[in-house]
Each structure stands twice: as structure tokens, then as C-alpha cells.
Design a protein around this ligand. Sequence first.
Ligand SMILES: NC(=O)c1ccc[n+]([C@@H]2O[C@H](COP(=O)([O-])OP(=O)(O)OC[C@H]3O[C@@H](n4cnc5c(N)ncnc54)[C@H](OP(=O)(O)O)[C@@H]3O)[C@@H](O)[C@H]2O)c1
Length: 250
Amino acid sequence: MTKLESVAIVTGASSGIGHAVVRTLLAEGWTVVGISRRPAELDESQYHEFLIDLGNLDALAALVDNQLAPLFSDDRWKRIGLVNNAATPGFMRSVEEIEPQDLAQVLAVNVVAPVYLMGVAVRHTPAWIPLRIVNVSSGAATWPLPGLADYGSSKAALRLASMTLGAELRSGDLAGGARTNVAVMSYSPGVVDTPMQVTARSADSPWSRPFVGFHAQGQLVSPEAPAGEIVRFLAGDHAEMFVERRFGET
Ligand SMILES: NC(=O)c1ccc[n+]([C@@H]2O[C@H](COP(=O)([O-])OP(=O)(O)OC[C@H]3O[C@@H](n4cnc5c(N)ncnc54)[C@H](OP(=O)(O)O)[C@@H]3O)[C@@H](O)[C@H]2O)c1
């Protein structure tokens, strides 16, 4: 049986932090599967991609059944990583202006898809293969930023789902018993120079002011910096099944 290299599934591979994570992983010899709507435009044999809208939950379920579940189940991988990085920034409106369909769209991409993918990864990865999951969070998950109720509540939900998975992994009540070879990180990348920041500071909304300020004060870091921390977590051994970190703490 041929042993395969380590593999990582990275959502939001076409841009920003996700693109930097993919490039760093490829440089370190990982096989990478990217998921986004646009291509990442990388011409490397170790890179594979699926172009879907993560908010289309039927398309995501089909991708899982046909491609991702068989990939996670392959017992020849040395290590498996999942980086739930894709997110939509939300509509930057006050709570009183939120439309239900818009909110449902943000929650589908930012919560339903990543929580589903975490579950699929745990369910299908053989217990003896190290599985590392990074869920990209935000300061908005733990702090009420006006105008960000849709985005912030989606990140808060993903954060709590990550913590809950950690508690389940430690539990003897988990189907098949506690899992010792899985580690989950909820990771807040700081203020990063990506298209999402451009969208936030260009929005026609009074709530865009803090993002204009981050840029004006030179607070943005390059996507390679958080990407390096994410990749270090994927490659590492961890005593805790759940950890929460912010940029600069790893
Ligand atoms: N930049 C920051 O300062 C900052 C701060 C805190 C947290 N974060 C978090 O960091 C992560 C990466 O954001 P970023 O700053 O790198 O933003 P970005 O450059 O805008 O990248 C977002 C990525 O998500 C993908 N995506 C968005 N909606 C999607 C959908 N419906 N289906 C599939 N893919 C989708 C995009 O791909 P397509 O458009 O090709 O689909 C893109 O690759 C996000 O979780 C964000 O919340 C960023």
C-alpha cells in the first residue's frame, strides 16, 4: 500500500488568508484541496480544487458524498487538515435593517457549511490518522461590533460549535469512544490586508468607520502571517482537543 502525503482541505482558497494558507501548505509539501466559487489560479500538481458556492447546501452535500467523504476515509493519508476559512462579510446593516434571506445566506456560508464539514471530517477520518481542524474566527465573535450582527453572530456560532466538538471528542459517550487524535482551533487572524477588509472599509454604511481607521492607522498585516500560524497548527501535535488563539499568540 502506497503511503500518501498529508492533505488539507481549505475553504476560501481563491483569495486572502485562504490563498496564503494554500500556498504555504503547497510549499511545505502538502496535497491541498481548495474550495471556493472562483479558481485559486495555482498551477501545481499537488493542488486540486472544487468550485462551489458553500451557501448552496445541496451542492455541498453532493460534493461531500462524491469527493470529500472518500478523501477523508482514505486510510493512506499521513495527516489530514481542514481549514474552514471561507466567509462572507455580511451586509453591514443595523439589526433593525436585517432581511431574513440575507441573514440566512450569511449563516449558511459562515456556520452551516463549516460545522457540517467539521462533522464530515471527524466522521470519516480513520481514528489513527491525525486530524487537525482550524475554524477561522474573528474578534466579532466575542465583541458586539455595531453593523456586524449577521457576521459576528455567525462567527460566534462557529466558535461555540468548535468548542462543542472539542467537548464531544473528550467524551466517552461519542460513538466509537473518545477521539485522541483530533485537535480543533478556533483562530482569530487579527486585522488582515485582504479583499474582505477592502469591502468592509468601502461599504456605504456608518458602520464601516472602524475599518477605514484600521487601514488609515496601518494596522493591517499581510495574509501570510496568519497563514503561517494556521499551517503550524495543522502540522503540530496538540495536547488539547480544542484551543482558541488570536494572531500572534501561537
Ligand atoms: N481580513 C480580516 O481582517 C479578517 C479578520 C477577522 C477574520 N477574518 C476571517 O478570515 C477568513 C478569510 O477572510 P479574508 O479576509 O481572507 O477574505 P477574502 O479575501 O474576501 O476571502 C474570502 C474567501 O472566502 C470565499 N468565499 C466567500 N463566500 C463564499 C461562498 N459563498 N462559497 C465559497 N467560498 C466563499 C471566497 O472565495 P470566492 O469568492 O471565490 O467564492 C474567498 O476565497 C474569513 O473567515 C474571515 O471572516 C478576516
